[in-house]
Design a protein around this ligand. Structure first.
Ligand code: MN
Length: 209
């Protein structure tokens, strides 16, 4: 069973004006599709073909060396973008609620302080990568960032490894058409597209694992 591009769970224009329709079309249909295509090519005929993508991320050391970079980059791209579409949505933004809100307040002092920490990690990421909120092994929420398509599921690549409950893509392909070089403006707008209910579900899943 090959890996597949999940359909975008809302309209391409649903995140306007924060994230523009053209960016969403290219980002989902072209960039994410390319990661899926290249991942399938890399694992074809191997035991990794049918593996759960997140599990694959935690087992890169088992992938033969000649295929490992392709699986790391394209598998990471597939897992990261699948999460990215999930945690955004129409009528996004606002405030997290319930257990997630409590955990954020406990870890960072406030939701705004958490956003500041994510924005700082995201603007401080030189070149391409991601900034994350991760449920760490100690059970607390922490902010980290990774280069390229690495993610906190991978062993030893992030300062904090664990289950990401939220991640923001800071590759230029995620914002350049609308925001050009202004990554901080994109980040400020991006929070208005976050689906906090989806982030809460990821938090509950991470706690259950
Ligand atoms: Mn991307």
């Amino acid at each position: 069973m090959a890996f597949e591009l999940p359909p975008l769970p809302y309209d391409y224009a649903a995140l306007e004006p924060h994230i523009d329709e053209q960016t969403m079309r290219l980002h989902h249909d072209k960039h994410h599709q390319t990661y899926v295509t290249n991942l399938n090519a890399a694992v074809q005929g191997t035991e990794f073909e049918g593996m759960d993508p997140q599990e694959l991320m935690g087992n890169l050391g088992r992938v033969p060396e000649e295929k490992r970079t392709a699986v790391r980059n394209n598998g990471g791209g597939h897992v990261n973008h699948t999460m990215f579409w999930e945690i955004m949505g129409p009528n996004g933004g606002g405030q997290p609620t319930g257990a997630l809100a409590e955990a954020i307040t406990q870890a960072f002092g406030s939701v705004d302080a958490m956003k500041e920490a994510v924005n700082k990690a995201a603007t401080g990421r030189f070149g391409s990568g991601w900034a994350w909120v991760v449920l760490g092994a100690d059970g607390t929420l922490q902010v980290t960032s990774t280069a390229n398509q690495d993610n906190p599921y991978m062993t030893g690549v992030a300062e904090v490894s664990g289950h990401p409950i939220l991640g923001v893509d800071v590759w230029e392909h995620s914002y350049y058409l609308k925001y050009q070089n202004r990554r901080p403006d994109y980040l400020a707008a991006w929070w208005n597209a976050v689906n906090w209910d989806a982030v809460s579900r990821r938090y509950e899943q991470a706690r259950a694992q």
